[in-house]
Write a protein of this length. Sequence first.
Length: 139
Amino acid sequence: MIITPDRDTELLPLRVLVVDDNVPSAQTLEWTIETFGDEVRSCHDGRTALREAHDFLPDVILLDLAMPGMDGIEVCRQLRKDSSLAGVKIIAQTGHAGPEHKRMTAAAGFDLHLVKPVDPNVLADMLHLLRTNPLRRHR
């Protein structure tokens, strides 16, 4: 059985956390996601990402892998240990597209793997699917 949202139900905006040490890249994603009507925050390192995720309680985290200090793999592992973040969708964003990188992100607990530069149309479609998910956690 396929569960679909009621067409008369207003879709709530997603809460999206963008984590990327490349500040212009993070800002571009933030601005793009804002145009979709979602609430978005960004930060630029792993330790701050852990704090922001706990405070903001996002529905979706777009997480860069190659960051100095705590990389995205370790951030994802730490996020998955936090019960207050159960159900959050964690999406890798990286320049690495090979199958070994996809296996590595899946093993670390990522839900999806996007290759940079992230196509805004793909991002819009993906966030729409997450927004309409009937099993989406509610605050």
